[in-house]
Design a protein around this ligand. Structure first.
Ligand SMILES: Nc1ncnc2c1ncn2[C@@H]1O[C@H](COP(=O)(O)OP(=O)(O)OP(=O)(O)O)[C@@H](O)[C@H]1O
Ligand code: SF4
Ligand SMILES: [Mg+2]
Length: 376
């Protein structure tokens, strides 16, 4: 399938009084049209800064994209002028944040906020945009959408506000949706409903979709590929099924171990990873996970491992670990035994199996997807 996004060697830094924070430190990845990708990692690893860099929304100062390239739909985002960037935001790339109140204007009605985007980007007149707004609110299951058009954001519950954000994101038929922790602020039941809605809409619209979360369990049933981030870098990349069947990085093992249990409503952690992520002003010179890794050896502290293909894994599965790379001391380690209780992983693997065949990467290129339906 045609490539939509190519991020190459992206470096985004913040110039603070204490020093330079290397928030995103050489991140590269690609996304095809209609492909779904999960970016997963603990708090502070650079997930949001990666997303904001793609949208050119890094506050400058103190932040700056100091190196790398971002090519979206054939155009170099870092070379665009302000008008061009504004036009791709909302029009081609839509973003859904954790807290909808940061994106919704509290003094404008819901109808005004969605209609404005439709009038600006799709050149609709007032009555067309109002009609389309009702359709969009219906699509995201807002009850009595017609009656709620002239309500203000504070008149909606948290879950409903997130649905409004999703309607706004879909309004201009974007080629890509970036969702940054879209459900973290919601309670568990509402979380599941919103994730289900996003999954179904991304499938129906064939929109490329990047889901950012700290919870590996959340992306499992939602995305075709997963990239694990740690301390500003991607440390493992694989198809979702492959990552859960054959993880190749001790940090990923730690994340798998810390997935909240399904039977406890994903509230209780199995086992958190001990220690804290490193300071991104002065990260460790070797493997960034080394201070917390129970499998470390001297080489891990001395030299940084590259992100590369490892033995006994699928061709496009890469990890950044001396231990699991060719000739490493973890090549034959049974990760299941290392993480202990795998019941939760088995539950998650059922969710992956639930993804329809056309949503899996293996089918790509064989059966082209139908034209993306329009919401009108
Ligand atoms: N405006 C800023 N000024 C200085 N440092 C910043 C700024 N914004 C982000 N950072 C730093 O960049 C790093 C990456 O932050 P980022 O927000 O991308 O983390 P994250 O992975 O999204 O975490 P979370 O899961 O908590 O949202 C962190 O060390 C953070 O402190
Ligand atoms: S490179 Fe070494 S320290 Fe880093 S994850 Fe692998 S084994 Fe652990
Ligand atoms: Mg974040």
């Amino acid at each position: 399938m045609a490539q939509l996004l190519a991020v190459t060697d992206l470096h985004t830094q913040f110039f603070t009084r204490d020093g330079v924070v290397r928030a995103v430190d050489g991140v590269s990845f690609e996304l095809d049209q209609g492909e779904t990708l999960g970016i997963v990692g603990e708090s502070g690893c650079g997930k949001s800064v990666t997303a904001l860099s793609l949208m050119r929304l890094i506050p400058q100062p103190p932040g700056k994209i100091v190196k790398g390239s971002i090519v979206f739909d054939g155009a170099d985002v870092l070379k665009m002028d302000d008008d061009e960037v504004r036009s791709i935001r909302g029009n081609n790339i839509a973003m859904i944040f954790q807290d909808p109140m940061t994106s919704l204007n509290p003094v404008l009605t819901i109808s005004r906020q969605i209609s404005e985007a439709l009038e600006l980007h799709l050149k609709m007149d007032r009555s067309e945009s109002r009609k389309r707004t009702i359709e969009l609110l219906d699509l995201v299951n807002i009850p009595s959408a017609k009656k709620r058009l002239d309500d203000y954001p504070h008149q909606f519950s948290g879950g409903m506000r997130q649905r409004v954000m999703i309607a706004m994101a879909l309004s201009c038929n974007p080629k890509m949706i970036l969702a940054d922790e879209p459900t973290t602020a919601l309670d568990v039941t509402i979380q599941a409903q919103i994730l289900d809605l996003l999954k179904n809409l991304a499938r129906e619209f064939r929109t490329a979709f990047i889901l950012i979360t700290h919870d590996l369990g959340v992306v499992a049933g939602m995305t075709q590929r997963i990239h694990v981030m740690y301390a500003g870098k991607i440390v493992e990349k694989a198809d979702t099924g492959e990552l859960f069947a054959n993880p190749k990085m001790p940090y990923t093992w730690g994340l798998l171990r810390s997935i909240p249990r399904l039977d406890e409503h994903r509230k209780a952690k199995l086992l958190p990873i001990e220690g804290l992520p490193p300071d991104l002003i002065a990260p460790p010179p070797g493997c960034r996970f080394e201070p917390r890794c129970q499998y470390r050896r001297d080489v891990c502290r001395e030299k940084e491992p590259e992100l590369k293909h490892i033995p006994n894994a699928k061709a496009d599965h890469e990890a950044r670990c001396w231990g699991t790379q060719e000739g490493g001391w973890l090549v034959n380690t049974d990760w299941r035994r290392e993480i202990g209780d795998v019941q939760v992983i088995e539950e998650i693997k059922k969710e992956i199996a639930d993804l329809p065949p056309e949503a899996k990467r293996e089918g790509d290129g064989e059966t082209p997807p139908p034209d993306k339906p329009k919401v009108n």
